[in-house]
Design a protein around this ligand. Structure first.
Ligand code: FAD
Length: 384
């Protein structure tokens, strides 16, 4: 693969970096500590066209490739990871629409999504199922020209503010159907469909994560993604690769923030008559941190490039997600060690990065599940 960026890609990344420096980094600590949704940042992102980044041009978006998208997510997460979470579910749904939506669904939803007038969420998880996606119980029954939906979803990022949620539901109750009984319905908020309780979290603050409650909610049959029942599982599995690229890129961004704070601090903080950066033990930490970040970025861009070619990227996105998020977790801990006691203080940003990083080990499929996905793919490729 090549990591040589075109002038256009470089310009987009530079514009986002400037936006992050100017409009996210100065306000993130206060909003994060007070758990406040970043309304002004979201408004500015709408004006600047961020919500249209990965939406095809013919539906009003910028049609960015996933390599550029990954670099943009890295920049945003370097400023504040929660802001990249606002974009993540939106682009998973945009991907679903662009790849398997009917033309009518694309025309209806993608243009308002490109401006951010409609924000989208993505919901597979339930109180009783996360890793085992095929255990989804939320039930959709056909009634004339509508589906009637009952059940509770869990952990919906953007659950309160998303007006449209791509929701995995069970259309065939036959227990033998397992994944073939699942469909994805583009659920619009309305009577019988609301956000339930918001979940209080260790980190990833500011952006809401909620239950979703369906009580006899009616969605038109025209909202069945792609128009065919029983396709929900493969549709969601292909789309979650976009989410895994986002999470891997977040890992790179959060780790980079931790590294940048640590290398600056290491040159300022004196012990035993010299900056701690002069102690070899600290230099080794910095060297390992930077090496892991570079490797994580390369894996992330490799997975993004594969997705750009329109290919399944389960193994590559899984490897990128696994490596980048484990690296991120290790790097933020090393940054905290370099900061010593001050790393544990809310006056410095490292404690926030330390609280944000563990989500990445879990979200978009835990790293145990990534290992299963990678191994399954490898065994298929190397089958004898
Ligand atoms: C802040 C946050 C935001 C989220 N946002 C969304 C969202 O927007 N939409 C959405 O659909 N979901 C979302 N999720 C849910 C997330 O995808 C799940 O939490 C995740 O997939 C794990 O599922 P679980 O929590 O049910 O854990 P479980 O599946 O119960 O797993 C528990 C443990 O068992 C391990 N395990 C499970 N099965 C196996 C196996 N076969 N082999 C080895 N180990 C195994 C897991 O790795 C984990 O360590 C979010 C989660 C969080 C925390």
């Amino acid at each position: 693969m090549s990591v040589v960026l075109s002038p256009e890609q470089r310009e987009i990344v530079a514009t986002v970096r400037e936006f992050v420096e100017r409009e996210i980094i100065p306000v993130a600590p206060r909003l994060e500590h007070d758990d406040i949704f970043p309304d002004e940042i979201v408004e500015r992102m709408k004006q600047l066209g961020f919500f249209g980044f990965a939406i095809p041009e013919r539906y009003g978006g910028a049609g960015l490739d996933y390599v550029t998208y990954a670099l943009v997510v890295e920049e945003i997460s370097r400023g504040w990871m929660s802001v990249s979470g606002i974009l993540n579910t939106h682009f998973i749904v945009a991907y679903l629409l662009a790849t398997v939506g009917t033309e009518e669904q694309r025309r209806r939803f993608l243009p308002p999504m490109a401006t951010g007038a409609i924000r989208a969420g993505f919901s597979m998880s339930e109180p009783g199922c996360g890793s085992d996606v095929q255990a989804v119980q939320t039930r959709a029954r056909r009634d004339g020209d509508a589906y009637v939906i009952d059940g509770t979803k869990m952990w919906a990022t953007n659950g309160e503010r998303a007006q449209l949620v791509a929701t995995l539901v069970r259309t065939d109750p036959d227990p033998a159907a397992r994944h073939r009984g699942l469909s994805c319905i583009l659920c619009e908020k309305g009577p019988g469909f609301r956000a339930g309780r918001a979940i209080e979290k260790l980190g990833y603050k500011g952006v809401e994560t909620t239950e979703l409650v369906f009580e006899g909610n009616r969605q038109p049959v025209a909202n069945l993604l792609g128009g065919t029942e029983g396709q929900g599982f493969p549709q969601m599995m292909a789309a979650i690769e976009v989410g895994r690229i986002n999470v891997a890129a977040r890992g790179v961004g959060v780790a980079r923030a931790a590294f940048e704070h640590a290398i600056r601090y290491a040159q300022e903080r004196q012990t035993f008559g010299q900056p701690i950066a002069q102690h070899q033990a600290i230099q080794f930490k910095l060297a390992d941190m930077a090496t892991k970040i570079e490797a994580a970025r390369l894996l992330t861009l490799r997975a993004a490039e594969q997705k750009d070619r329109g290919e399944r990227a389960d193994v590559e996105a899984g490897m990128a997600k696994l490596f980048a998020t484990e690296a991120c977790h290790e790097v933020v801990l090393e940054a905290m060690r370099i900061f010593g006691g001050y790393g544990y203080s809310k006056e410095y940003p490292v404690e926030r990065l330390y609280r944000d990083a563990p989500l990445l080990l879990i979200g978009e499929g835990t790293n145990e599940i990534q290992r299963l996905v990678i191994a399954r793919g490898l065994l298929q490729r190397y089958a004898i």
